[in-house]
Design a protein around this ligand. Structure first.
Ligand SMILES: [Zn+2]
Length: 185
């Protein structure tokens, strides 16, 4: 949250979308709630109301307009669509389209058939690369990302990077995410 605030005022954000409610995806909402309340800002927060302890925390947070994830949502100029993936806690991939180009975000997931199918026809793929190749962790690997880039013929940004792993791009189509970098397709 603090790092994002260095580059964009929260009053300029249209919404926050949570793929799922694991702590590493929601923990910044707690201090953000203080900030929004102090500034008198209400920020739309889209998430699936999965029945879990984390949902009860979010229910109590002020500063957000809580929007239940549905099949499709319109936020500003963007249409968002969601598909359930495979993860220990219910997790959703997200597609964001302006009617011309589509960004696909995997959220956290194991490799599954719904992943490639939902990502079809996207122009840019933002992919969870949190696990080592052949590990059983419920995430994707850089090798999975390279496979998706090749089969779907779209560039991939490798994200959800694990600080214990070394990331070397396996192909021109796979870019390791870097802060402050912009990408065009
Ligand atoms: Zn997760």
């Amino acid at each position: 949250m603090g790092r994002l605030l260095n580059f964009v005022p929260f009053s300029q954000l249209d919404a926050i979308v949570l793929s799922h409610l694991h702590y590493d995806h929601i923990c910044d909402l707690l201090p953000l709630s203080y900030y929004l309340k102090a500034k008198g800002i209400t920020l739309p927060l889209v998430f699936h109301k999965t029945d879990c302890f984390q949902k009860s925390i979010i229910d109590d947070l002020e500063g957000f307009e809580k929007i239940s994830m549905s099949e499709k949502l319109q936020i500003g100029e963007f249409e968002l669509s969601f598909e359930k993936m495979q993860h220990p806690l219910e997790s959703y991939a997200v597609k964001v389209s302006d009617g011309n180009k589509t960004l696909f975000y995997s959220g956290d997931t194991s490799f599954c058939s719904k992943l490639s199918k939902f990502a079809e026809n996207s122009n840019l793929l933002l992919i969870d690369c949190g696990k080592e190749k052949n590990s059983a962790a419920p995430h994707l690997s850089l090798a999975d990302a390279a496979y998706l880039a090749k089969t779907l013929n779209a560039p991939v940004i490798a994200s959800h990077l694990n600080p214990e792993l070394e990331y070397i791009s396996p192909s021109e189509q796979v870019i390791i995410a870097e802060e402050l970098k912009t990408y065009s397709v």
